[in-house]
Design a binder for this molecule. Sequence first.
Ligand code: DGL
Length: 262
Amino acid sequence: MIGIFDSGVGGMTVARAIEHLCPDLPLVYFGDIARTPYGSKSPDTIIRYSRFNTDFLLEQGAKLIVVACNSASSAAADALRFHYSVPVLDVITPATIKAAELSGAGRIGIIGTRATVKSGIYPQRIREIRPDAKVFSQACPLLVPLVEEGWLNKRETKMILRGYLHPLRLKKIDTLVLGCTHYPLLKQLIGPRIGNQVRLIDSSVEMALHVQAYLDAHPELKERLRGKGGASRFYVSDCTEAVEQMAARIFGRPLELQTIAT
Ligand code: DGL
């Protein structure tokens, strides 16, 4: 199975994109709803939670770990690679490769949680690939709660987005990385507000393409992921009606969410 974890339900954007590209591979997903958000926590805490999540997914039979959460990828992916022998793919690597490749002028914007922006990992990785790039980051802490409230088309959400995106507009970016699990759900609002000429990089789509390419390059692992087949399973550390609704909105179908204690 492909093990995927996130701080909550937003990482299902990544799980959905992987399911779409690799429909024959079963997934085991864990969303740490009880301890969300990770984006406002310290790196040490995020590492501790990420290790718990990885242990759980390995117990469930995962042979590959996908860190769907940008905040966990920035704080904990290296620590996970150090502690575990299974491959760990983080959501940041594919998005940075795509941004460096797509940007004409090398002026790239990043939006994410405070933890992701504070880590500086996006600018660092982009400049490793493209040293001439100018990277401008903006933390957008209000966007996750707005998405979780389902305020996807409210006037207030549009206003807040305009405020966050304004500094990036002034920097004349030509590419914008949506560096958080929740932002793909705001894509339609972000496009016109940052300017329709700006290319948007959806980290969930890039992650799925990266997983597919990784498995094509490692056919023996792909075979092991198939295991005995079986259906995908979805776990959360707390479940409310809002969580069920958001999971169903992302997947386009109701999901059976099993709750485990953390
Ligand atoms: N999943 C987180 C991320 O992608 C957003 C929610 C949170 O802060 O936990 O950064």
